[in-house]
Design a binder for this molecule. Structure first.
Ligand SMILES: [Ca+2]
Ligand SMILES: [Ca+2]
Ligand SMILES: [Ca+2]
Length: 427
């Protein structure tokens, strides 16, 4: 009785907490959980407040890549291109589908090493019209074209565009930016670029990007209406002093990287991870923010068996004096597991509530952790807390550990294994 009352009260208290949510409306607003990942370095030669890319703000949630790029897109059908490297393979030297809004005029564009984009979003704007294309790169890549997505307006927002490639693309453009960078080729005012908040905003389903939990890298640029002539507005930015790139096609000749990473916020814990019956290991990564006050942490498990399995995510916390340790191939219910527990030594908590349990064939699941309600026994009976307390808050300065345990029925009845192990140190 006491416990259920406490649980009910706790649920009420927690439901009043709202996790940051993105609204794809063409504005990068505080409270949307965005992280600044790239700031413009050079003023625009395509027109101040006409064609400028001030900064890139990104958020990865359990199912979407959100990107906000405050700036402007001129209503002369100049193209805004967002290139996305979200999976293995891709095109370090660009090869676009010739049907995708003339993007093949960019073919031969060589990116900096390490950037091999797989997908392209193209936006263009004319008077009272706004068009979006989304597709996979390559001469035979497929793509979707969405015409006049804001009706007879060239500003607006649209959700869940779907076609043959995307299952639910969100796009918005707010053209009211009058701040940010100035005209010319001089060094951009970085604080002005970071203060700009109106412009392009996208919500892209991770499932549409072939993403399996690895790193994501992005490049944004503005080019001419036939995709042939390149401006000097790139993110990652070009060196100060750079004029429009024009018809040049080799970004390796220019300083800095004209792409940027969407970083994970975790560190890998040393752990010998074995292949399960599917022939590959299970992976674990954390995205979002390591700031407690942001309360924005997504834990993504990928590479699980797809044969129908059950998986649980465990957290661990080490009290002062405790040391991280490994338990090799533990025996669970009489069956020896194939992998190691690499986050032993402290208190375990199990994310077991509702949809937190994975029972499926997708090979992946995500848990959005509420940092004010981490399932953990560490506070039970401490400082007047009830002995059954199974919830705690992460505090700045603390390091938490996570690892996934999963069943691997193809290996035999009762067999199981473990994913990679990670830690997140909170700020
Ligand atoms: Ca927004
Ligand atoms: Ca790639
Ligand atoms: Ca400006």
């Amino acid at each position: 009785m006491c416990r259920s009352l406490f649980t009910a009260l706790n649920a009420i208290a927690l439901s009043s907490l709202s996790l940051a949510q993105v609204t794809v409306d063409g504005q990068r607003l505080a409270g949307e959980g965005y992280t600044l990942l790239s700031t413009q370095t050079v003023n625009t030669q395509f027109g101040d407040n006409q064609s400028e890319l001030n900064a890139a703000w990104v958020r990865v949630t359990s199912d979407h890549l959100y990107v906000a790029i405050p700036g402007n897109l001129e209503s002369n059908f100049n193209k805004f291109d967002l290139l996305i490297d979200s999976k293995a393979g891709g095109f370090n030297t660009l090869q676009a589908n010739s049907g995708m809004d003339g993007a093949s005029a960019l073919d031969g564009l060589k990116f900096d090493s390490g950037f091999d984009p797989d997908f392209l979003v193209v936006c263009r704007r004319g008077s009272f019209r706004f068009y979006v294309d989304f597709g996979e790169l390559g001469s035979s890549g497929s793509y979707d074209s969405f015409a006049e997505v804001f009706g007879t307006n060239d500003f607006g927002a649209v959700q869940d565009l779907s076609g043959s490639v995307t299952t639910g693309l969100d796009v918005a453009y707010n053209g009211l930016n009058s701040g940010g960078v100035s005209s010319g080729t001089g060094a951009a005012d970085s604080s002005a670029a970071q203060a700009a908040f109106q412009g392009l905003e996208f919500g892209i389903p991770l499932a549409d990007l072939g993403w399996t939990g690895g790193d994501i890298q992005l490049c944004a640029m503005v080019v001419s209406n036939d995709h042939s002539f390149l401006s000097n507005q790139f993110l990652g930015g070009l060196p100060a002093g750079t004029d429009n790139l024009g018809y040049s096609r080799d970004l390796t000749l220019l300083g800095g990287d004209q792409h940027f990473d969407v970083p994970r916020v975790d560190a890998q814990v040393t752990c010998s991870v074995t292949h399960h019956s599917g022939g590959f290991p299970a992976k674990l990564a954390a995205y979002g923010s390591d700031s407690v006050s942001d309360n924005d942490l997504s834990l993504v498990v990928t590479g699980l068996p797809t044969t129908g399995t059950t998986a649980y995510l465990f957290n661990a916390f080490l009290a002062p004096g405790q040391t991280l340790s490994t338990v090799s191939t533990p025996t669970i219910a009489g069956v020896t597991a194939s992998g190691d527990v690499c986050i032993a030594g402290g208190t375990f908590g199990r994310h077991v509530f509702g949809s937190d349990i994975y029972m499926g064939t997708d090979g992946t699941f995500t848990i959005d952790v509420d940092l004010g309600d981490i399932p953990s026994p560490r506070d039970a009976g401490v400082g007047g807390n009830p002995s059954y307390l199974y919830s705690t808050s992460a505090l700045a300065g603390e390091t938490w550990y996570w690892q996934c345990w999963f069943r691997d029925p193809t290996s035999g009845t009762g067999h199981s294994n473990f994913s990679e192990a990670i830690s997140v140190t909170f700020q």
